[in-house]
Design a protein around this ligand. Sequence first.
Ligand SMILES: *Cc1c(COP(=O)(O)O)cnc(C)c1O
Length: 366
Amino acid sequence: MIPISVVQVGGEEEDLVLEVLRSGNLGQGPKVAELEQIFSEWIGVEHVVAVNNGTTALIAALQALEIGAGDEVITSPFTFVATLNAILDTGATVRFADIALDDFLLDPAMLFDVMGERTRAVLPVHLYGQAADVPRILEIIGSRDIALVEDAAQAHGARIGGRAVGSFGVGCFSLYATKNFTTGEGGLITTSDAALADRLRLLRNQGMRKRYEYEIPGYNYRMTDVQAAIGIPQLQRAEAVTAARQRNAAWLTDALDGILGLVTPQAHAGRNHVFHQYTVRITQDAPVTRDEFIERLGELGVGCGIYYPRAVYDYACYRDHPRVVADHTPNAEQAAREVVSIPVHPALTESDRARVAECVRKAVGA
Ligand SMILES: *Cc1c(COP(=O)(O)O)cnc(C)c1O
């Protein structure tokens, strides 16, 4: 079986973790600071605040912006549920701007219909590792007092015109076990605003700058040095690992060209894609249904996944939620019926890659 994701950690991670274990300093310490420093250089953003997971990164970013009850946050309806849960946690109301079907990303033009007087933040999701059209979103926000929070949980190192996602607004990254880079559980917040970074650091550590001197009510959002030790060597290899994903994706797109009813992902000019997932659409033109495709692919020994099977608001607990406005988003609902992600991870060998393409062709009946 070729799995949909593989964790690649080795001797360097083992050595660093052992070093931390032997240091006796298992909490947040120098390794977390080092991880923040490496990420800040890679992303090209002044301040990085490490936290215990990506959901916390989103919550803390919204809290630091003082978004709460009575405010509205607009996000993509086609995302992992954490995006929605984080907004709800702050007490704000969630609204949705539909995606474009060709890239699964929040369509900036859809913002006009949902942006209003109570909108305090727009929260695009760089889904599957592809950069959302942040410059256009910023243009539409214009001079309004609306913050940009980027859900970059899947998009470490994705760039728009050379500038990394997470450097346009407040960036929220995840280091969960299946993401492009991992600390098991972990998150990173990026900002070029020194005051906001300071506030994030206070929120992370019970509102303390000096021990037992509380400046604001805070939380425990801290990452541990054990986690950071797993992440540091991975970030040092970040460019090579990302390039391997991109090579696999380009190869698959060539190999899967011209199949009836199968649409391969396309990167936009000037906005790159770091391929956290390689996601195709099985459309109505295909000789098989998506369910049949997935079943056959599994029988042929190729792992796949549906990210995500429904629009994020399309569950009773959100449909009935007083702070979730289920704006009509037909493209997200169609994407949810058509998407399938297939292996693209850097551990794929050339023969794995060839087998993935061959099995996809067979499974779709081409
Ligand atoms: C993984 C993910 C998150 C949450 O990150 P965790 O580290 O799992 O808390 C948020 N948004 C998106 C789009 C994600 O993929």
